[in-house]
Design a protein around this ligand. Structure first.
Ligand SMILES: [Fe+2]
Ligand SMILES: [Fe+2]
Length: 179
């Protein structure tokens, strides 16, 4: 399934690369709009799991992490908006439809296969960092983009940690249920 994540991501990236050639801030805005949806989805599932009495030992840790990540992604989005990333109707139309689908895909994916859902977002974060690195390589230093690139790398490493914690949580719940 990890290969499936990578293949889906590579196809999506190839389409976005084609559509957004030479339109850096529009591409960044679309990426930021889409990339933050999983964090809302993770929070939604965690809330629901909590309501169903399935709160695991790392529940609060994960809630805090994903809330902070979602706020941080909104800050990135606001910056891209300040640079005109959402100036055109067609970009807003594309991003908002993609995000609607991507949010629900992540809700189901995270509920059923949390580790794989984290892996998909990890790949997305690495791709985002790579996209910003290429921009800096081409356009020279930019303090704000550099800070955003570092945020994406932090998100990626936080997702790796969450992957391990979430696995523990599931193992414990499965063990409890089997008693
Ligand atoms: Fe971001
Ligand atoms: Fe991110």
């Amino acid at each position: 399934m990890k290969t499936f994540n990578t293949v889906v991501l590579n196809i999506t990236v190839a389409i976005l690369d084609f559509l957004y050639k030479g339109r850096d801030y529009q591409r960044f805005w679309v990426l930021e709009e889409i990339a933050r949806a999983p964090y809302f989805a993770f929070l939604s599932v965690l809330h629901f799991r909590e309501s169903m009495g399935l709160r695991g030992p790392d529940h609060l840790y994960l809630m805090r992490e994903h809330f902070d990540q979602s706020v941080n992604e909104t800050e990135h989005l606001e910056y891209m908006e300040s640079k005109g990333g959402n100036a055109y109707w067609i970009d807003r139309f594309l991003a908002r439809h993609l995000v609607l689908i991507y949010y629900w895909v992540n809700v189901v994916y995270y509920w059923l296969f949390p580790k794989l859902a984290y892996h998909l977002s990890y790949e997305v974060e690495i791709h985002a960092a790579d996209t910003y690195a290429k921009y800096l390589e081409k356009n020279g230093s930019d303090e704000k983009i550099c800070a955003i690139l570092n945020d994406e790398l932090n998100h990626a490493s936080e997702l790796l940690q969450a992957m391990e914690k979430n696995l523990c949580q599931y193992t414990k719940i499965t063990k409890l249920e089997s008693i």
